[in-house]
Design a protein around this ligand. Structure first.
Ligand SMILES: C[S@@+](CC[C@H](N)C(=O)[O-])C[C@H]1O[C@@H](n2cnc3c(N)ncnc32)[C@H](O)[C@@H]1O
Ligand SMILES: O=S(=O)(c1ccc2c(c1)CN[C@@H](CF)C2)N1CCSCC1
Length: 266
């Protein structure tokens, strides 16, 4: 039985570049059809933010990793975006993108796709600049702590949370997944929305030398965990993994998108 500590130790071997190659470059980063995984994920996020119901001053991204695609449709709706991750190597990758350092990952296909989905005629470079302006902090986080951002971070609860492939990929079992959700929920204002993307029935994934354990969760597990943590589920969508995308970097069966609202009476 893997412990939280052992899982954390294993993350020390996590290779951001390998992770990006495995999941955010072809064949998985295929934008040719709306039915492909990445366009599906981005459409879920774009449509949720397009309602105008998810907005406010601050949004926190939980477990950003080395990626920013999950925030492209959020940046018009918040004044301040806070990125977080457990690993300094990932926080460095994020800072390099924010500072436009050469040699960083090319997110332009994702920005172009987001601009196309939103249909506002925005040039992708405008959106990239806007996101860079909105991201004010890149913070360390541990979702297994009661105060995931640590006791000293003077941060009022956020108006919204986003998290993609973090909770199930950081929890050794369902109980710690449930506790982690309760922990991160303390970072969200009552009435605020939590947009979560995650892996369904995945047990591992690779990131270079690292083989990371994932707690396999079903649609019912995710819904039940959210309700028990005091959320109303506004929307739940699932995507089934096509065989062509089973490329040996994980055993993911599909992905879920959930828009959940933290109930006022906690
Ligand atoms: C599968 S990656 C997800 C990255 C990115 N959000 C995405 O959509 O691809 C999981 C992330 O969870 C982070 N992580 C691992 N343990 C964590 C913990 N205890 N608390 C918060 N994040 C953790 C890892 O550093 C890694 O960046
Ligand atoms: O590209 S994805 O959106 C994707 C993207 C990221 C991840 C996974 C999948 C599964 N393993 C996760 C590890 F936690 C990370 N995609 C999900 C649907 S099937 C094809 C792959």
């Amino acid at each position: 039985m893997t412990s939280i500590g052992a899982l954390g130790e294993n993350y020390q071997k996590f290779n951001p570049r390998a992770y990006l190659q495995n999941n955010y470059m072809p064949p998985r980063a295929d934008f040719s059809s709306e039915d492909c995984a990445v366009p599906w994920k981005m459409r879920c996020l774009a449509e949720a933010f397009a309602t105008g119901e998810i907005r406010g001053r601050t949004l926190i991204d939980i477990g950003s990793g080395p990626t920013i695609y999950q925030l492209l449709s959020a940046c018009d709706h918040f004044e301040e975006i806070i990125l977080t991750d457990y690993l300094e190597v990932n926080r460095q990758v994020l800072r390099r993108w924010l500072h436009e350092d050469p040699g960083g990952f090319d997110w332009s296909p994702y920005f172009k796709h987001a601009c196309s989905l939103e249909g506002k005629g925005e040039h992708w470079k405008e959106k990239a600049q806007k996101l860079r302006e909105k991201v004010k902090r890149v913070l360390p986080i541990d979702i297994h702590q009661a105060q995931p951002l640590g006791p000293s971070t003077l941060l009022e609860p956020a108006d919204a949370l986003v998290s993609a492939f973090c909770l199930e990929a950081s929890s050794p079992d369902l109980e710690s997944f449930q506790r982690a959700l309760a922990n991160v929920t303390t970072l969200l204002k009552p009435g605020g929305h939590f947009l979560m993307i995650g892996a369904l029935e995945e047990s591992y994934y690779l990131a270079g030398e690292a083989k990371l354990q994932v707690v396999p969760v079903t649609e019912a597990d995710v819904k039940e965990t959210l309700v028990r943590s005091g959320y109303r589920i506004c929307q739940f969508r699932a995507y089934i993994m096509p065989p062509s995308l089973k490329i040996g970097v994980d055993d993911v069966r599909g992905i879920f998108f959930v828009n959940a609202q933290k109930q006022e009476c906690q």
